[in-house]
Ligand binder design. Structure first.
Ligand code: GLU
Length: 469
């Protein structure tokens, strides 16, 4: 039997990192089993779906290595509405479902507000289909439903505790629970790997598989992803969109490596490992069922490591979207014709060891491309204390006299200028750095001045000096 898995996102928002994690797990599992990965867009909630969210999912998947064209689909759930209705009809005709005209208030009036769920009032009323009548599944009164779950063992649910749940609404439209099962069935899905949130749906869905006469799949409910307060990551509160991480300058390799560590770890004491190792070593049955902490700080540190490991040419290439801007990344503060690739290449190795996400490249190098540096006023106030004017005067004179404009000479010169004033190099650097780059922190100063060149450096020092008058 060929293994067939599916990833079945609903296009109702940005693509959630937890979804990306499940997608990767499905992807690897399929690959390991020589199976097929199917992408199904669950777009039946017309009020909440938007085509751009679907496009966002496809491109985000592509970005983390699940490339368009390398999987089956995308299929769109909305195209199968006929099949969903036919299945509902079959269940009705086979006596496995019945029509119900109870309102929520009716049920509550009978059961009291405490009791949750449906009381089975219409089970044996033999109602015909009709406007406003929901179709409910007749759950078995006895026995239990045992879910075979690769992550959770065999969660067991007593059937008598499962209410007669709705499978089609009063307007005839089938609900998610049923549509999802019917699609899995017709797409020949053998393993359903999805988020833990769906575990409570699973006994109901398995009953539907049984009632429709098809052997249920093997399930794997992978852990919920939580923030540092152990709250489920939510799009209203947390940064959850994969696209946001991409546009901030996380590398796809770092991201997918990190995502796979949510609830699982490779052998040895390693966390940063090549994707090929993850593909080989990952085991669904080793996934820890407890909630997985999405640690943004750790991800950032990971990304920094990945950035440092790039060959410098690749780093230069990887920075490009932030140096030019794209549809989703804001353009840098300089004009395109102000950008100087050679100057960038000269400082790239210095930046590569210092940034953790690629978007940080911009504030590190903007001083090279802007006619005037963007002065951070707080940095200015901090650096331009007493003595700054005198130091800048002396630095200007000494720099003008330099024979060779190179980092080493610049450093020796400023060191001497500082020493004459009883200042350590760090203190002497601060006014120069702010005058030239606008900031108190950044790339190594003297290499920066070397690349910026004598004329532009001296001009900026003079402009700063005038401002101090
Ligand atoms: N469309 C569902 C969701 O996005 C997926 C359900 C499933 O994987 O079975 O949560």
């Amino acid at each position: 039997m060929t293994v067939r898995v599916r990833f079945a996102p609903s296009p109702t928002g940005m693509f959630h990192v937890g979804g990306a994690r499940s997608a990767l797990q499905n992807w690897i599992f399929a690959k390991q089993q020589g199976g097929v990965f199917v992408l199904r867009i669950e777009d039946t909630d017309a009020a909440r779906n938007r085509p751009e969210w679907t496009e966002g999912i496809l491109s985000a998947l592509d970005w983390i290595g699940i490339a368009r064209g390398s999987y089956e689909g995308p299929y769109f759930q909305s195209s199968y509405a006929g099949e969903h209705r036919a299945a509902a009809q079959r269940l009705y005709e086979g006596g496995r479902a019945y029509y119900c005209d109870c309102t929520r208030e009716d049920v509550q009036a009978r059961t009291g507000p405490q009791q949750r769920g449906y009381d089975g009032f219409c089970r044996d009323r033999g109602l015909e289909p009709g406007e406003g009548r929901a179709l409910r599944f007749r759950t078995p009164d006895e026995g239990e439903t045992v879910v075979v779950d690769l992550v959770r063992g065999e969660p067991t649910f007593e059937n008598k505790l499962i209410e007669d749940f709705v499978i089609a609404r009063g307007d005839g439209s089938p609900v998610f629970l049923l549509a999802n099962v019917v699609d899995d069935m017709s797409m020949g899905i053998t393993h359903v790997i999805r988020a833990e949130e769906h575990l409570p749906n699973t006994p109901k869905q398995q009953l539907l598989w049984d009632a429709l006469g098809v052997k249920p799949p093997i399930w794997a409910h992978v852990p919920v992803v939580v923030n540092e307060k152990r709250q489920k990551l939510s799009k209203r509160r947390d940064k959850v969109a994969l696209e946001a991480y991409r546009d901030e300058g996380y590398l796809a390799d770092a991201m997918r490596n990190y995502l796979m560590l949510l609830g699982w770890a490779p052998s040895g004491d390693r966390e940063i490992v090549p994707w090929s190792v993850i593909e080989e070593e990952f085991r669904l049955d080793e996934v820890n069922p407890s909630p997985a902490f999405f640690d943004e700080k750790k991800l950032r540190a990971f990304n920094g490591d990945y950035i440092r490991a790039l060959p410098v040419e690749d780093f230069v290439e990887a920075c490009r979207p932030w140096l030019t801007g794209t549809e989703t990344i804001a353009p840098p503060p300089w004009q395109p014709d102000e950008f100087d690739p050679a100057a960038f290449a000269a400082v790239a190795p210095l930046a590569q060891t210092r940034i953790a996400v690629l978007s940080e490249i911009v504030p590190n190098v903007d001083f090279l491309f802007l006619a005037d540096p963007l002065i951070d006023e707080a940095a200015w106030a901090k650096a331009m204390k007493e003595g700054a004017a005198d130091l800048l005067d002396a630095a200007i004179v000494a720099f003008e006299a330099l024979e060779s404009w190179d980092a080493e000479s610049l450093k020796a010169t400023l060191e001497a200028v500082g020493a004459e004033r009883g200042l350590k190099l760090g203190k002497a650097q601060a006014p120069v750095r702010v005058a030239v780059t606008g900031r108190t922190v950044g790339l190594p100063l003297f290499e920066s001045l070397e690349v910026l060149g004598r004329d532009r450096t001296l001009t900026r020092l003079r402009v700063a000096r005038v401002r101090l008058v």
